[in-house]
Design a protein around this ligand. Structure first.
Ligand code: NAD
Ligand code: WQD
Length: 344
């Protein structure tokens, strides 16, 4: 019997790649998504890639009764991977209550429903945003949590605490909090990838849309930072590498291998790349020349952050090692696929 895993936000960017890896590793997947930031045809594409159609439930995680019904309809769910959330940092400043409600209540519903349905494990999508601008680089899991710069960032911090407090209260739940650095790229099939809503706020979708001619030019936000070339530095991690870490983490929970009932892992490559280095790597990977200009700094940007992924490397036996040129080529192939299929 295959073990059954519930994936919330499973038609989204990271969720869809994780569903593929779960199915490839022999798990049975039930996706719950309200399609607020993804499309239903992602399920078809997952089936095309893996040959297996995951169960899909068009349900909102805010709907307690609806979620209860999902657990009843699919008995024996062993674990939950909780991706569903609103994630646009700028929008969260404009609509804080929407972000607090969606991101907090979705998690609370799950944590209430899991014991009721004998589901003992949860993986929560957290973010390197909890570290703010770290004092020491690379940043380890022991680094202090900094006051959040946005309601979105705050939802990640509060949700981490909600998980910890719930487990500490004696709830029969084991949890892994995964702090992602900057996920980029798309599945090698180019059948699934990131689908930004409107004008992309994140660097790589903006780069690929500019290369495609959808955007006139990329604005590089600042070249006067205290970094070697003056542009900001991030740890860009391939989404397929990231997805694989979830499969390993879920196996760890299900096999009872955790050292603690709540564990935290940084998921990054351990390498920092500047915005300008990324732009030039994209040009090298694809042969496409990018129209870009240096403009002023973007308010609230972290200057530099990259992971120390040693703990995840050692404990999970996992490493994000896909070469950046391959990753950027995958992002470009996805953009080409979107053009060919008339999506963008
Ligand atoms: P995404 O928007 O592509 O995927 C999230 C999915 O959740 C979407 O399909 C959306 O329709 C769904 N969703 C949102 N609210 C829902 C609700 N109430 N009920 C049901 N479905 C709902 O985002 P992503 O990039 O795949 O991010 C996944 C998770 O990882 C999020 O929690 C995000 O905050 C976190 N994260 C993302 C990044 C990143 O840069 N992409 C970095 C760190 C952490
Ligand atoms: C990367 C770099 C920009 C766009 C955001 C969230 C964070 C996390 C990941 C979820 C920065 C520069 C960007 C552009 C640019 N998400 N840039 N021109 O800022 O690390 O983080 O996504 O948890 O919470 O804040 O990612 O992709 O927006 O930017 O020069 O048009 O690219 O200034 O240095 P960021 P990003």
């Amino acid at each position: 019997m295959k073990e059954r895993i519930l994936v919330t936000g499973g038609t989204g960017y990271i969720g869809s790649h994780t569903v593929v890896e779960l199915q490839n590793s022999g798990y049975e997947v039930v996706i719950v998504d309200n399609l607020s930031n993804s499309r239903a045809d992602v399920v078809d594409h997952i089936e095309q890639i893996t040959g297996i159609r995951p169960a899909f439930e068009h349900v909102d995680c805010l709907d307690y009764e609806g979620m209860d019904a999902v657990f009843k309809k699919y008995p024996g769910i062993k674990g939950v991977i909780h991706f569903a959330a609103s994630k646009a940092v700028g929008e969260s400043v404009q609509k804080p209550l929407l972000y607090y409600r969606n991101n907090l209540v979705s998690l609370i519903n799950l944590l209430e429903l899991m014991p009721k349905h004998n589901v003992g494990g949860i993986i929560f999508s957290s973010s390197c945003t909890v570290y703010g601008q770290p004092d020491v680089l690379p940043v380890t899991e022991a680094a202090p949590i900094k006051k959040a710069e946005s309601p979105y960032g705050n939802t990640k911090q509060v949700n981490e605490e909600i998980v910890r407090d719930t487990v500490a209260s004696g709830a029969p739940i084991n949890a892994i909090l995964l702090r992602y650095f900057n996920p980029i790229g798309a599945h090698p099939s180019a059948l699934i990838g990131e689908l930004p809503n409107g004008v992309p706020q994140n660097l790589v979708p903006y780069v690929t849309q500019t290369a495609m001619g959808i955007r006139e030019k990329l604005s590089v936000f600042g070249d006067d930072y205290d970094t070697p070339d003056g542009s900001c530095i991030r740890d860009y991690i391939y989404v397929v590498d990231l997805a694989k870490a979830h499969v390993i983490a879920m196996k760890r929970i299900l096999e009872g291998k955790q050292k603690d009932k709540v564990e935290v892992f940084n998921l990054g490559t351990g390498r920092g790349l500047s915005v300008l280095e990324l732009v030039h790597s994209f040009e090298e990977a694809t042969g496409v020349k990018l129209n870009y200009q240096i403009v002023g700094r973007r308010a609230g940007d972290i200057v530099k952050v990259w992971a120390d992924p040693t703990y995840a490397n050692q404990e999970l036996g996992w490493k994000a090692d896909t070469p950046i040129l391959d990753v950027l080529r995958s992002a470009w192939n996805w953009q080409v696929h979107l053009r060919e299929t008339g999506v963008q």
